[in-house]
Structure formats: structure tokens, C-alpha cells
Design a protein around this ligand. Structure first.
Ligand SMILES: [Zn+2]
Length: 336
């Protein structure tokens, strides 16, 4: 038998709590609270995987990672029939017809309650995760309240929220609340590194992320986007102004976005050259664009056509550097 695992970093309090439970002493409904991006939903999914794992016996935390049930949790295309997850606002159902569980915005409290009454597929528990729970109306909350007042056997309800104060007190008083504290810098660095971020960058980002993985990912994303944007623009202005660009920007990952930005810059350049009333799209480069020599209309048309062509070959397996070179030639001939 494989070793059991529980791949969640941080959350020491909730881990200690569930480690001290057995399936018999486990509650029927929990509220995980804590600021966004500290791993509440990840913890809830791993807890569900543990409880549905075929190899986990009476324990609460830990799963084998290799049984059929675990495979469903690791799969990108399938979901475990006894684990249901919905994120966001719950509405009150206006349809009482014989509808099955459906994911998405239309999930209502009545759907949830109906689901909770159904029998387990695997003969074990049924687990429902309502992430970042919000109730559209009091009626929606009341529908769920009926469940927490008289929970059916074998069902576990997991709620997560960053704002526990917004959960109506009649529900809040009937669920066990577990606080998730912010991730430590060290934990953030470990998670980011496991996602392929370099350790220098992970350390720097973790220092600014205030213990939130969500914030760390946003910081990294914004940084990458901003640096690609300025690299492509610098390259474009170099080419237009007749300098040899110092560095390239085109890789398989950056090609689409880079080609799009060059097209936008070329289009803005044309708009400014023809004095039409169309708005400039790349507003952050308007000063640089205004300084460019006006583009002749025939050259503009040829340039935009070449860029369209570059965009369509960028979706083939032509090497990114060759696509960038075609763009460079097109821009070069537009100014000459
Ligand atoms: Zn398993």
C-alpha cells in the first residue's frame, strides 16, 4: 500500500483539528474562514479526497493518491460523483422540477439540498464544498439552513469565506468554524517554487504577498505582463526609428501577446498619422507614438496586412524568432 499524503502547506490549525478526529467524531458542517488565497478551498478538496479515498480507513486526513477515487480527484476531466463543488453566490431555486445537480451560476440552494438528500455512489460519504459562499437572498440562506438544522446521515458540508460576518448567524452558529491563517513567507516560497517560479523571484514575491497565494500569483502575472509589454514596445520603437533592437521578445509563450501588441501599436501609429478621431488603444505609449514620423497610408495598409499574416503564421509551428523577423522586416519597409 502506498503512503498516505495530504498535500497542503500551512493550515496547521485545521490540520491539527482534523487529525484529531475520526469519521465518527467528525462534524456535519464546517466553515473555513480566512483572507483570500490562503488555501481554504484547496484544503477542503484534499479533505474531501481523504474522506473518499478507498485506502484511508477510519482516518480523516490523508489519501493514497492511487485508488480509483483518488484518480478522480487528480483528473482534469472527471469529477468524483460524491464530491460536489460550487463557488460563489447561491440563489434560491425557482424550479422544483426533477432536475439533477448542475454546476455554474444556476446552482440554487434547493439544488444543493436536493443533492444532499441523494444517496452516495460509492457507498461512503457525500461531500459538498460551497466555496466563497454568498447568498443571493435570505430565502437562499434559509433553504440551506434547513440542511444544517437537520443534516442527513453521511453528508459533509464545507463552506469557505473571507467574510464570516456576512454569513447569517443561524447558519454560522450551527457550523464549526475553523480559521485559516495567512501563509508564512516560507510556505509561499515553497508553493511558488513548486509551480516553476525561480527561487529568487519566489522570495521577492512572497515578501510582498502578505501571506496570500492569490496575491502572489497576481503580482507575478502583472509583472510578467508588464515586462513583456515594455520589451515588445521597446523593440517596436527601435525598429521604427531605425535602430537595431538589443534584445528579442518572441518565444512560444509570448508570441501571441507580442504580435497583438505590435498590431495595436501599428494601428495607433496609423490613427495618429491620419488624424482620424479614433481613440488610441495603447494609451501608455501615446507620447512615443506621437513622436513617430507619420505613416503614409499605402505603407500603413501594407504593414497591417503583413502583421495579419504574421499573426496567422504565429499559430503554426514556424519558430517564434522567424515570426518576429517577418514583423521586423514589415515595420522596417513601412518607414522606408
Ligand atoms: Zn485513494
Amino acid at each position: 500500500m502506498t503512503d498516505r499524503q495530504f498535500a497542503v502547506l500551512g493550515a496547521e490549525g485545521p490540520k491539527a483539528y482534523f487529525a484529531s478526529r475520526t469519521r465518527r467524531t467528525l462534524g456535519h458542517a464546517y466553515l473555513f474562514s480566512g483572507v483570500p488565497g490562503v488555501g481554504k478551498k484547496t484544503f477542503a478538496r484534499r479533505l474531501a479526497q481523504s474522506l473518499l479515498c478507498a485506502e484511508n480507513g477510519d482516518r480523516v486526513l490523508g489519501y493514497c493518491g492511487s485508488c480509483a477515487s483518488c484518480h478522480l480527484f487528480e483528473s482534469a476531466s472527471a469529477t468524483h460523483p460524491d464530491f460536489l463543488e460550487h463557488n460563489g453566490t447561491l440563489k434560491i431555486g425557482d424550479s422544483d422540477g426533477a432536475m439533477g445537480f448542475h454546476e455554474g451560476e444556476d446552482l440554487t440552494s434547493r439544488d444543493v439540498v436536493r443533492q444532499l438528500m441523494m444517496r452516495s455512489y460509492s457507498g461512503g460519504m457525500r461531500i459538498l464544498l460551497l466555496g466563497d459562499i454568498e447568498f443571493a437572498t435570505h430565502h437562499a440562506a434559509n433553504a440551506l439552513l434547513k440542511f444544517v438544522e437537520e443534516p442527513p446521515q453521511g453528508v459533509l458540508l464545507l463552506l469557505t469565506t473571507a467574510t464570516p460576518g456576512k454569513i447569517i448567524s443561524t447558519i454560522r452558529s450551527r457550523v464549526s468554524e475553523l480559521r485559516f491563517s495567512s501563509l508564512t513567507r516560507n510556505e509561499l516560497v515553497q508553493i511558488l517554487c513548486s509551480e516553476g517560479v525561480s527561487s529568487d523571484e519566489a522570495t521577492l514575491t512572497a515578501a510582498m504577498a502578505h501571506g496570500s497565494l492569490l496575491k502572489a500569483r497576481a503580482l507575478l502575472g502583472a509583472e510578467q505582463e508588464a515586462s513583456l509589454r515594455s520589451a515588445v514596445a521597446a523593440w517596436f520603437f527601435d525598429v521604427v526609428e531605425g535602430r537595431t533592437p538589443e534584445t528579442g521578445w518572441a518565444t512560444r509563450e509570448t508570441l501571441d501577446e507580442g504580435v497583438e501588441l505590435v498590431r495595436t501599436l501599428a494601428r495607433d501609429w496609423m490613427v495618429l498619422s491620419t488624424q482620424t478621431q479614433s481613440p488610441v488603444l495603447a494609451g501608455d505609449f501615446i507620447t512615443r507614438l506621437r513622436e513617430l514620423r507619420p505613416l503614409q497610408s499605402s505603407a500603413a495598409i501594407a504593414l497591417l496586412a503583413s502583421l495579419d499574416e504574421a499573426r496567422s503564421i504565429s499559430t503554426t509551428n514556424v519558430p517564434p524568432a522567424m515570426v518576429a523577423e517577418r514583423i521586423r522586416m514589415a515595420v522596417y519597409s513601412a518607414v522606408r
